[in-house]
Ligand binder design. Structure first.
Ligand SMILES: O=C(O)CCC(=O)C(=O)O
Ligand SMILES: [Fe+2]
Length: 352
């Protein structure tokens, strides 16, 4: 495992894998990289990819326009509002608008919040802007009208990143197909052919550390991701942590490592792999480094991140993949569902 000078050995549970060997290597090198990624997803559910092939300029440009966007006055950002409800995930959501979306909260807690009438009472101290594939007619993008929207490069720059991360997602899916020796080495990529993915610009505004430490506010509450794979770009602020699958009482920092993209397994892929690959709980809070500095009593600077959520095409049948089960020792744990049915099940559980 490669390591960075900023990483502490004891916390160092997310492997770094050089993906260039998969993109450009020999057959043997491709297999070896696929094996390393499989290994990381089996043990931790997360992996840092370096040598991922996404141009750094494309990433820098996206962070730049993201910052320019969130710096705009609220009324300008509200030119592209995220529609209410949970079915059309596009456009701008102001801080505190997004509701708790996880069953990690006990039913009792959710019920209590319902009594007071509003799940959004658990504040998430973040604002976001969601972008989908321009070919996705079920959830059309919501762009602010130009004029008066003052950022002409916002759309091209974010869409360029969308397409680069889309390509990388398909390559990671190919690596996973290879790791399972699937008969069709493009099988997983083919089940994502519509690329109904979601690029999310996230901004966590500056916040008093005491608010996070007392729990009155959260940057992002503990959750697992919903879909198949998530790719994550983060700035240098830090604060992302993952629950240690070997010791759930421990949170391990997923620090920003320059030049890498963090990739993790979502719930749908965990189910599809019969839990061979882990969908690991993660959260964003106070970075480790802040506890040791003068910032402790003060205000945590803002943070920007860009997750990219992948999911399978709605008609895909999600049933234990070959290589992830056997009749005797490791039977199928879950009944077959389509990706569409799975989303409906998750939604129903949320609103039951
Ligand atoms: O902002 C981050 O680093 C993580 C975001 C995340 O986990 C999510 O949006 O699902
Ligand atoms: Fe997440």
């Amino acid at each position: 495992m490669a390591s960075s000078t900023q990483r502490r050995a004891s916390d160092d549970i997310i492997p770094v894998v050089d993906f260039s060997g998969f993109l450009h290597g020999t057959k043997e090198e491709r297999s070896e990289v696929a094996r390393q990624i499989d290994d990381a997803f089996r043990s931790v559910g997360f992996v840092y990819l370096k040598g991922h092939g996404v141009e750094s300029k494309i990433i820098e440009d996206a962070f730049e326009v993201s910052k320019e966007f969130f710096d705009l006055p609220m009324e300008t950002k509200m030119l592209a509002p995220h529609p209410p409800g949970g079915t059309h995930h596009r456009g701008y959501s102001a801080p505190g608008v997004e509701k708790v979306s996880q069953d990690v909260f006990g039913k009792g807690e959710i019920a209590k919040l319902r009594e007071v009438g509003d799940l959004s009472l658990i504040p998430d101290a973040k604002e976001s802007y969601d972008i989908g594939n321009p070919t996705d007619s079920t959830q059309p993008n919501i762009w602010p009208p130009t004029p008066p929207f003052p950022l002409p490069t916002f759309r091209p720059k974010t869409l360029t990143l969308f397409h680069s991360l889309q390509d990388l997602t398909h390559q990671v899916l190919n690596a996973l197909s290879l790791s399972l020796s699937l008969q069709d080495p493009t099988y997983l990529s083919t089940t994502h052919k519509s690329s109904l993915f979601q690029l999310r610009l996230l901004h966590y505004p500056p916040i008093p550390i005491s608010d996070l430490q007392s729990g009155t506010k959260k940057r992002i509450t503990p959750h697992s991701d919903f879909g198949t794979l998530t790719l994550l770009l983060q700035d240098s602020a830090g604060g992302l942590e993952i629950q240690d699958p070997k010791d759930p009482t421990k949170w391990r920092p997923a620090i920003p490592i320059p030049g890498t993209i963090l990739v993790n397994i979502g719930d749908l892929m965990a189910r599809w792999s019969n839990d061979r690959w882990k969908s690991t709980i993660h959260r964003v809070g106070v970075p480790d480094s802040a506890g040791k500095t003068a910032e402790k009593e003060g205000v945590l600077p803002g943070r920007y991140s860009i997750p990219f959520f992948a999911t399978a095409d709605p008609d895909t049948v999600i049933e234990a993949l070959p290589g992830c089960w056997d009749e005797e020792k490791n039977p199928k744990k879950y009944e077959a569902v389509t990706a569409w049915e799975y989303v409906q099940m998750r939604m129903a559980a949320l609103y039951e």
